[in-house]
Design a protein around this ligand. Structure first.
Ligand code: ADP
Ligand code: MN
Length: 326
């Protein structure tokens, strides 16, 4: 079973609250959350499996705090086995808040230095049917002062590998942009593409990522939902050497083979390859996350609040691609 005492603090979030955990293998993302968010994951798997593919894989739930107990340990165990988890070092478990936590696939797992961008979607950032007027007014004010109001999305946070360490852009960073200069924020996030890749390849990868955003939008256009304060999470490989290799480039430091490998060595490397075949490393990921205030709402029509945000992200990315290939 997943031993709660081995959980460690998840240090790699682009935005959001503290108290997020991971397991020793780094494959799991464990976030204290409301029952509503757990329910949304479970309902979506059953009712909207197509949309579930845009979400991080749901592994189960944990009950945090003493007495620590794994509620859905079979799913967690199966997930870890499927991904051939190594048993990592034992950590002196960090302080965890009591309550329910959701156990998800860690979307950053497998990347060398993942660049992560959290785009908070919508101009209305709360459920108007169940939010106190003071909170509604506060969120409306932030929206009206940021690109949430004008473009239905804003940069909630990002982290970008600079070759030595991660540059962290907090939630205030994204509040300073307007509709005319938000492109500069996105360009800062995607700058790593041009470090690792030739211009055409960088533009091609941007197009591929944009196509994933379109896919999410097309999915929502066919569904009836109200998703308040959800985010689009974009991840790509920030390590320029790893990115180049993933895109089929020649490794910058080829391994020198001084003499022909022995049969044993060949067999061993074949076995290593087989193990890796399970989950090929990806150059990028695009997912929807943060469903604490999301519901399926049959009869209410499509979620224009979120769809407009995704559409505007696509438009901004188009302009970024034009700027790149100019
Ligand atoms: P909050 O309610 O605190 O905003 P989120 O679900 O938005 O929680 O998660 C906060 C941050 O954690 C996100 O900005 C993202 O960087 C990271 N994150 C969220 N879900 C995952 C995941 N499944 N794998 C990896 N990182 C994640
Ligand atoms: Mn969030």
């Amino acid at each position: 079973t997943l031993d709660i005492s081995t959980l460690k603090t998840f240090e790699n979030a682009a935005a959001g609250h503290d108290g997020v955990l991971s397991d020793p293998s780094g494959q799991l993302f464990i976030k204290p959350c409301t029952q509503a968010e757990v329910d949304f994951y479970q309902q979506t798997l059953i009712d909207h499996p197509g949309f579930a593919e845009l979400m991080p894989a749901f592994v189960g739930t944990l009950s945090l705090g003493a007495p620590a107990q794994v509620v859905d340990s079979t799913a967690a165990q199966e997930f870890l086995q499927r991904n051939q988890a190594q048993k990592g070092p034992q950590f002196p478990g960090p302080k965890v808040a009591a309550g329910t936590a959701i156990v998800l696939e860690n979307l950053e797992h497998g990347f060398t230095h993942p660049n992560v961008l959290d785009l908070k979607l919508g101009s209305c950032l709360y459920d108007p049917t169940s939010t106190a007027p003071e909170k509604a007014a506060r969120l409306d004010k932030v929206a009206s002062e940021t690109t949430s109001g004008s473009l239905n999305f804003r940069i909630a946070g990002m982290k970008v590998w600079n070759g030595m360490s991660f540059d962290i852009y907090d939630k205030l960073y994204g509040r300073n942009f307007n509709a005319d200069n938000i492109k500069d924020g996105l360009a800062t996030f995607f700058a790593g593409l041009s470090v690792g890749l030739k211009t055409d390849d960088a533009a091609g990868l941007l197009e591929t990522i944009e196509a994933e955003v379109s896919k999410a939008r097309h999915s929502l256009e066919r569904l009836e939902s109200r998703m308040y304060s959800v985010s689009l999470l974009i991840i790509y490989e920030g390590d320029s050497t790893a990115l180049d290799a993933l895109m089929g480039g020649v490794p910058k430091t080829p391994r020198v083979q001084e003499k022909a490998p022995t049969l044993g060595e060949v067999k061993q490397s074949e076995e290593e390859e087989e193990e890796e075949e399970d989950e090929p490393p990806a150059a990028y990921r695009v997912n929807m996350i943060d469903f604490a205030h999301a519901t399926w709402t049959p009869g209410q029509g499509k979620d224009e609040n979120i769809i407009a945000g995704l559409k505007n992200i696509e438009t901004q990315m188009d302009q970024l691609i034009s700027r790149l290939v100019d």
